[in-house]
Write a protein of this length. Sequence first.
Length: 94
Amino acid sequence: MIARLILPRALRDQIAREAKAAHPSECCGLIEGTYNKGEAQAVAWHPTRNAPLTPDAIAEQSNRKMWFRCLDGHEWQSTVGNRTVLGQRCPVCA
């Protein structure tokens, strides 16, 4: 399945900075986001509040609460399953 990926410049730049800082341990190619009707929307997993866990260490349907940060900087906790399966978005921006 091919989808269009919306990757805002701010998130792309953040990914590049974090990849350079974590080199050579960076897991390139992993972007957390949502998928709807052929379009993938990249969103930000909170880069520090979930440490030492990373998105690849958590199951997509997990009921574990994690921290998320939207591109506008709002932070909130939600289960991973609510974000990935139910498509929950930032409660402030929604």
